[in-house]
Design a protein around this ligand. Sequence first.
Ligand code: LLP
Length: 425
Amino acid sequence: MNANTLPGQPHIAYQANTLCMENVKLADVAAQFGTPVFAYSKASMLSALAAYQRGFAGRKVQICYAMKANSNLAVLQVFAKAGCGFDIVSGGELARVLAAGGAPEKIIFSGVGKTRAEMKQALELGIACFNVESEAELDVLNEVALSLHKKAPVSLRVNPNVDPKTHPYISTGLKGNKFGVAHESAVQTYKRAAALPGLAVVGIDCHIGSQITEATPYLDAMDRILDLVTDIEAAGIPIHHIDFGGGLGINYNGDTPPAADALWQQLLAKLDARGDGQRQLMIEPGRSLVGNAGVCLSDVVFMKPGEQKNFCIIDAAMNDLPRPAMYQAFHQIVPVSPRAGATTLVDVVGPVCESGDWIGRDRELNVQAGDTLAVLSAGAYCMSMASNYNTRGRAAEVLIDGDQVHLIRERETAADTFQGEHLTP
Ligand code: LLP
């Protein structure tokens, strides 16, 4: 690793005191496209994907990028071209995959509340699998499939009831969560699914949470899922594939998640121990493929020293970077062109009219109005969760590839934000 690279960000480094992504100076990106702007490194996405591919060498796997993490068409295109399928959770995401050139037969459809219209759309396109999350959904999917004279390929998302040891809002595999069907009654639910004429049982699915930084919850979940596969198959229902979800964490602030290849070597050893090493697998990683590939560049609007706190007010806000406000999440914040001299302790905040609109608290920075900051690890769950709150147009996005900068989303104008609204006569 280059001595100047930032922790967890192999494609972002200071070169001659200016922050670069691949071979591009981020100050130039801010100057050309304005701020706030998201910049993503293509090489970083592909190297994150390569870690999974190394881990699965010689195995049967379909990697389905969980596109909710970052659904820009050009980002999807990178993964589609690299052979990925997609994990979708809405008809809107399905439309995006198609617009980006993704293959329907590599799509899996997750989510607790799929509508009939979404089921129909996905069935007509011939997606790979519906990850079904309830008995009610089984019944409705069966009806919709029969009305189309089709059989819907289904997996049941089983809740293995393991604690992923992450933020409560992003842990999903515990009993109290709305997700999945209960482990205890899973064989029963499988029997029910297998008896429905409009459904074809093809697999089993689990996803225990997000930003997981330890191997243990995965290993425990794998044990529980493999035991269940044995029971389901003993009941005469063949399981073609095991979908092990996503959830692997990234380094935001010195976090040390296992590397994807190392984690999968451990998980695959469990399959090998059962003589099951050649079973078809699927995974649904999101954050770990894109999170550390992205930064958000934002200019300092004002410095506002105060009695108790000093504020550094930037032009990005909770509508662009919702994770701190929603999950008290930590993102590193660094100057694009560092100044020599002493730092001061500041809270980095946005202009939105909410006290929750902070991006980083108690940060040591030496900055002045007009400087550009980079909010790191902003490739996942930032732009995809951005809103127009305070009638702020969403930021522009660029994809960096070597020394090339591609504008992949235009900045929204104020007029864009109220397009489609109507005055009354
Ligand atoms: N599969 C399913 C069924 C999911 O619900 C999710 C994420 C994933 C895969 C991808 O998980 P990942 O590999 O990205 O951890 N907005 C939150 C994260 C929400 C995750 C929702 N589900 C955040 O910013 O931390």
